[in-house]
Write a protein that binds this ligand. Structure first.
Ligand code: GLU
Length: 304
């Protein structure tokens, strides 16, 4: 059944005329072919089904924030929430206004300001290289793939042009919510966002969030629940309500066009299509997840 659904989905997404707009505010991302489409699904019975460009590495960008948060919760637990909120946002993912209105406490760990604070937190007592190695190691352990790496050209591209993130970091510094130099924290954040991996690896990396992997060592069950709740309410920025309404399970998007989506107890899904919708989330990726959710009855809001 699932195989048929995915085959059909891939054919239709491949042919879709409107594919959204590839992110071009990071010059290196603007070069990605908008025709790409890949999807991979890991299931509770251990099977993994993949279609399209599921083995082509792409820039996971903000999907990395899920894994940085997992590490931060493991190290700091609830005290993390002194520095970052847990509420959805109604403004864009890189809004400076939101941060100013909240007095320097980002609304949640997935908007850029919040993710910068999370990265700053996990830099405590670690050099940037060690922190990045820790994130990559986490992803490799969760996915079982050693191919996951950081694309230095993408990291450089954003370091040179990411002025909005620089302004967020400086604002955080001015309100005493950044422990390290702006350049040190942001350099680490840009490299974390520049992690490159395939849909197949990303779907496997998400299994611990769906309760599918035997490896309980990665993080506690309580933290899995926290992360899934935040992915549902904040994972698609100011488009999170729309995503919950249409798809009905937790997901985290990235401006590289990837989405990691979790059906608790049932599936870990990674989808990639580089064109974005008006919220900066993958347009066809969202559409594919919506259709998959409908076909499989996977919305967590189904009443039976
Ligand atoms: N590196 C990107 C930025 O900070 C991540 C945003 C995203 O993927 O949504 O702008």
């Amino acid at each position: 059944m699932l195989e048929r659904v995915l085959t059909d989905l891939e054919a239709r997404m491949r042919a879709a005329p409107d594919r959204g707009k590839v992110a071009d505010y990071i010059p290196e991302l603007a070069r990605v072919d908008p025709a790409r489409f890949g999807i991979s699904v890991c299931l509770a019975d251990g099977r993994q089904l993949s279609m399209g460009d599921a083995e082509v590495p792409f820039s996971i960008q903000s999907v990395s924030k899920v894994f940085a948060l997992a590490i931060a919760l493991g190290r700091f637990g609830e005290t993390l929430w002194i520095r970052v909120g847990r509420e959805p946002s109604s403004r864009a993912f890189n809004s400076v206004v939101d941060l100013e209105l909240e007095g320097g406490k980002p609304r949640n760990p997935f908007v850029n300001a919040g993710a910068i604070v999370v990265t700053d937190a996990i830099l405590a007592n670690r050099a940037p290289k060690e922190t990045l190695a820790e994130i990559v190691r986490f992803l490799r352990a969760a996915s079982g793939s050693d191919a996951i790496h950081i694309d230095q050209a993408v990291a450089r591209s954003e370091t040179e042009t990411g002025h909005r993130n620089w302004s967020l970091a400086h604002f955080l510094k001015s309100t005493d919510n950044l422990r390290h130099d702006c350049a040190l924290t942001l350099g680490t954040y840009f490299h974390q966002c520049a992690i490159e991996m395939t849909c197949a690896d990303l779907a496997r990396a998400g299994r611990f969030l769906a309760g599918l992997s035997r490896d309980d060592d990665l993080i506690s069950r309580a933290h899995v629940r926290s992360i899934n709740a935040l992915m549902m309410t904040c994972g698609h920025y100011d488009g999170s309500g729309e995503f919950a309404y249409r798809v009905g399970f937790p997901g985290k998007s990235g401006v590289g066009g990837g989405i990691l989506a979790i059906v608790p107890g049932k599936a870990s899904i990674a989808v990639w299509s580089p064109g974005l919708n008006r919220w900066g989330n993958s347009m066809l990726g969202t559409m594919a997840l919506e259709e998959l959710s409908d076909a499989m009855g996977w919305s967590v809001f189904n009443a039976g």
